[in-house]
Design a protein around this ligand. Sequence first.
Ligand code: F6P
Length: 322
Amino acid sequence: MTIGILTSGGDAPGMNAAIRSVTRSAISRGWKVIGIRRGYQGLIEGDMYELGARDVSDILHRGGTMLYSARSKEFTTMAGLEKAKKNLDNAGIEALVVIGGDGTYRGALDLSRLGVKCIGLPGTIDNDIVCTEYTIGFDTAQNTALEMLDKLKDTEMSHNRCSVVEVMGRNAGHIGVNVAAATGAIDCLTVEIPFDLDDICRKIVEQKNAGKTHFELIVCEGIVNKDFTSDDIAKYIEEKTGVTSRATVLGHVQRGGSPTCFDRVMALKMGYYAVELIANGYSNRIVAVKNNKLVDYEINEALNMQKGYDEKLHSVLRVLSI
Ligand code: F6P
């Protein structure tokens, strides 16, 4: 048996742990493993090499992905897909493990329609893959954001300011709501929950009058655009409340760094599970977490599921920020 492995889309801490797990789980079964560099783009270009057990040494604790990642436009065309399929056939790859987000799964679905056996692992800091409660990289990213928020708190407290902090998550507020709750922010602006900036300003003024001296407001990147930036929000708050406000965009720092123990362990379990699925003859499945247990779904079914948002936590953080 020969399997291929690639990482695609935005990198996430823990992807390396997943690569190591898939590679060594397969090798321990006597299989051959081909690492494909730069996701689907590398597959189209035939950029691949055999991975031995030692090739995945010393990566468990590293962020990023040793296989590199890319978002490939060419892969969304029929010509690109056919090149990819040809390269898989030439390398004798019988099954492909892809690590990434929804875009990666859509690619796997397209390949599976050409007869390629694919297994997907959820890897993205956004935790926005609908079929799973948890994605590899989310825990590290939210802890990185929280660490930055703690640092900002020191300076905002010293200067009696309001920090408006923009976090990643694409169109989802999972990082935002967790760090907002964990840092005691006044609120979290996210697409999932309606908000009124004037209400937030009133709350800040009330609390300032009651003796509170510093504030944080979390802004999820999904609600900002070029005409409504985190800077605009900070300026508006300063104007309306008289509290000096500064915006900080955390950005790609949230994608880097050594994965947490949780991310590593989840990645290892998921990688092993993916190889078990292949060994048992399954294909076109996505590994997911449901009720804290590993499960798997058919790719198409997984892409059509609805993801929940922790509305309860959002209400709780609003109640507690008095
Ligand atoms: O999906 C991960 C993510 O970091 C999102 O949170 C963010 O919206 C996007 O990728 C940024 O993409 P890029 O690295 O292409 O700027």
